[in-house]
Design a binder for this molecule. Structure first.
Ligand code: FUB
Length: 738
């Protein structure tokens, strides 16, 4: 991967020349600094705003665009990078020009409409689908949804009566009426004949409409925003009382500016605020082919019309604080200099190519009453320098420093801790990376630990845990907290390692379902209904406030719990293995609001530590195990295994046409624990694109796969899992294991 060195470093330099300290310049626009990003398409789902972008390749001389990326925020200033979620490779029939697309949710599925040029030629609109807003997206139909002259820039909206519309086109504006399945349409392709009255004046043309439509309804008014006025473009809009017009031109929203001759908008309301996304050439090196996505807050005029919106480098104000006491991905960034991101071997993304003097800023971090320690998940094969923590500016007060050791390779992560000096209240936080030349380290995630909460209520004498161990049968359960009557839930139902766990009102979502499995040594594990993740104590720390989330399922110490009886029948406390059952699953500060954090805390005997196990149906994906007559879709393909010395590997493959994900489980039936294992797969069978939870080497005809520290040992009867993405297709994976 080529590191686009210095694009933000140059920006900082330019600001310094102007006599302004970059760290207080509040240059939070553009919102992505790690790549050039384009054509923003925002979407709100749950409590999160996602923005999908195109990607201008470094050094492009034209629209060299090959993939689409996703970023999300809960506060409008810190953006989490979800990496590439869809690409030309998603569509076996696509050749080039991964231009402006949009995602919409319907019925719990996410549909991504994108324009590309097909291998057989022609502007084409493809549709990809995913169960998660952050993908991966897979081609939904295996061929273009529609093809024709200038069919680019699809925009999609599902109207309140359920009819979905897909508008697109340059220089003509066209639409189709999507069927409820969202992957086909009825009524043919309709052209909108534009005029000065409907889409504004432009000399020598029917109207100012050019491209980049953005279609939605607000109240009873339909809006069609568009890029117009030739080159350089501005953003203007028209409105109608019907989804298919006639349209009335309403004027310019964002006049031409910003060093890119195209502009492209997306508009969304989020948590009571309205936001206008666009692109410009604001990063150093920026141009019409090196664009960057930015956002401004605006207010509609009382009659529903738009104000004029100017580009800014400050962007919107934060609408929420960042909680530093939960695991925060390092790729959650307000602004950064010099760093890149990449797919992480431990899941999600990591910050990569970190060099001396690079930095990351996160904004509006709420330390509350105070932090006492900091942890960073880091990897480095070179003994990677330090991470300095500064408050409010890059040179602001230093509150701690992490030393990054040599961990052996770029994806072999360890958690390093440092004490933190005297920090409380709300601050911007800067990570300043220091070291010698070249790349220093990779950075996966971080977390602070709070000072002891002295306001915790005294132990109750009424509800005391009688300390006898309870038995819960294996099976699926909702876990209801008796204080709040709310349920243990994976925040946002996001099926990703590291997602936080909170309480939430009953929704019946898979993120509220937990599979209890009794382990041979008398504990239970709690596997999430969202997939192969277990309830996990962050870093396995025996500490009050240690956060609880989901992480790759491996039934290790951090994922084991002891259920205890209380004096109330059917009401339990859940002790954690890592604390030797002195600390319990606890709803933070006895709060009852949806989204209140769940952590580990010493036993107090209060109802914020009490849980009821309510049996429930497993998620649809588990139905096959429970009821063999139900066929899951798509059916994963189990492949045969090769067993050596009592270790057995099985692979389950989910294909999507141009690639597949293989989940490999290594089970130990040797009759004794094993410490260390090696798996070998012939290169003639698979082409591995990315791999997680293990180390990968190539040796002769083989991929050689070895474990990380935490999954090297497998207890007798136990198992560990890893996975990889492969390119192309696969019939059969046989794995030699020793
Ligand atoms: O990003 C490629 C093209 O540039 C988009 O499809 C247009 O809207 C313009 O932004």
């Amino acid at each position: 991967m080529k590191k686009m060195r210095g694009i933000v470093g140059l920006l900082a330099a330019a600001v310094i020349i102007a006599g302004v300290n970059p760290s207080v310049a509040k240059a939070d626009n553009p919102i992505v600094q790690t790549i050039y990003s384009t054509d923003p398409a925002p979407m709100v789902y749950g409590d999160t705003l996602y923005v999908y972008t195109g990607h201008d390749e470094d050094g492009a001389k034209y629209y060299d665009m090959r993939d689409w990326h996703c970023y999300s925020t809960k506060d409008m200033v810190n953006w989490t990078d979800h990496g590439t979620v869809c690409s030309l490779n998603t569509f076996s029939w696509a050749k080039s020009d991964a231009w402006a697309g949009q995602v919409v949710e319907r019925g719990g599925k996410f549909y991504y409409y994108v324009p590309v040029i097909a291998k057989q030629g022609g502007n084409s609109i493809g549709v990809a689908v995913s169960d998660s807003p952050t993908g991966p997206f897979k081609d939904a139909i295996g061929h273009p949804l529609c093809q024709g002259y200038g069919f680019i820039d699809p925009t999609v909206y599902v109207d309140s009566n359920g009819q979905a519309y897909l508008y697109f086109g340059n220089p003509n504006l066209c639409y189709v009426k999507l069927n409820p399945n969202m992957i086909s349409y009825s009524g043919g392709i309709n052209r909108v004949y534009t005029s000065t009255a409907s889409f504004g004046p432009y000399p020598g043309r029917a109207s100012a409409y050019e491209e980049g439509p953005w279609f939605y309804k607000r109240g009873n008014l339909y809006y069609m925003l568009f890029s117009g006025n030739g080159i350089p473009e501005h953003i203007a809009y028209s409105t109608s009382t019907s989804p298919t017009g006639p349209w009335t031109y309403r004027g310019v929203i964002m006049p031409t500016e910003g060093r890119s001759f195209t502009n492209h908008c997306g508009v969304v309301d989020f948590k009571g605020h309205s936001y206008f996304f666009y692109h410009n050439g604001a990063l150093p090196g920026g141009s019409g082919f090196a664009r960057s996505v930015a956002v401004e807050e605006f207010k509609y005029n009382p009659d529903g019309s738009f104000p004029t919106i100017k580009m800014s480098t400050s962007g919107p104000n934060p609408i929420a604080n960042l909680n530093p006491y939960t695991r925060v991905e390092a790729e959650t960034i307000c602004f950064s200099s010099g760093v890149k991101t990449e797919a992480c071997g431990e899941g999600t993304q990591n910050v990569a190519f970190i060099e001396n003097n690079d930095w990351i800023k996160v904004r509006n971090v709420d330390f509350g009453k105070g932090a006492k320690a900091f942890a960073a998940r880091v990897a480095s094969p070179v003994g990677g320098g330090t991470i300095e923590l500064h408050l409010d500016s890059l040179t602001g007060r230093s509150i701690g420093t992490i030393k990054v050791p040599n961990t052996g390779n770029w994806q072999k992560y360890v958690t390093e801790y440092c004490d933190v000096n005297n920090v409380s209240g709300r601050h911007d936080l800067y990570f300043a990376f220091k070291g010698n030349g070249g790349s220093l380290m990779n950075f996966n995630y971080w977390q602070f630990f709070p000072v002891e909460d002295t306001t915790s209520p005294a132990p109750s004498t009424e509800n005391v845990n009688n300390n006898s161990t309870a038995h819960i049968d294996n099976g699926w359960y909702y876990l209801k907290n008796t204080n709040s009557n709310k349920y243990l839930a994976v925040q946002g139902d996001v099926a990703e390692a590291g997602t936080n766990v909170c309480i939430f009102r009953e929704t019946g979502a898979d993120g509220q379902k937990w599979y209890v499995e009794n382990t041979a040594d008398g504990y239970i594990t709690l596997k999430s209904g969202l997939g192969d993740f277990m309830l996990d104590i962050a870093y396995g720390k025996n500490e009050d406030g240690a956060n609880i989330g989901i992480y790759h399922a491996y039934a290790n110490d951090a994922q084991k719990y002891l259920v205890k009886n209380t004096k109330k029948s059917g009401v339990y406390t859940i002790g954690t293995f890592v604390s030797n059952a002195t600390k319990y699953i606890d709803v933070y500060e006895h709060k009852t609001a949806d989204g209140t954090n769940v952590c580990q805390w010493k036993y107090y005997g209060n109802p914020n530590q009490e849980w009821i196990f309510e049996p429930c149906q497993g998620p649809a994906s588990a139905a096959q195990t429970e009821n063999p007559t139900v066929q899951p879709t798509p059916a994963p393909t189990p492949t045969p295994s090769v067993s050596t010395k009592g270790l057995e590997a099985t692979a389950t493959v989910n294909s999507w046409g141009s690639g597949y994900t293989a989940s490999v489980k290594i089970s130990n039936s040797t009759g004794h624990p094993v410490n260390g294992w090696t798996a070998k797969i012939k290169k003639s069978q698979v082409k591995i694109d990315s791999i997680w939870n293990v180390n990968l080497k190539e040796s002769g005809d083989y991929y050689v796969i070895t474990p990380l520290d935490w999954n090297a040992s497998i207890s007798d009867g136990g198992s560990v899992e890893f996975g990889f993405n492969g390119v192309g297709s696969v019939d059969n994976i046989s794995i030699e294991i020793e």
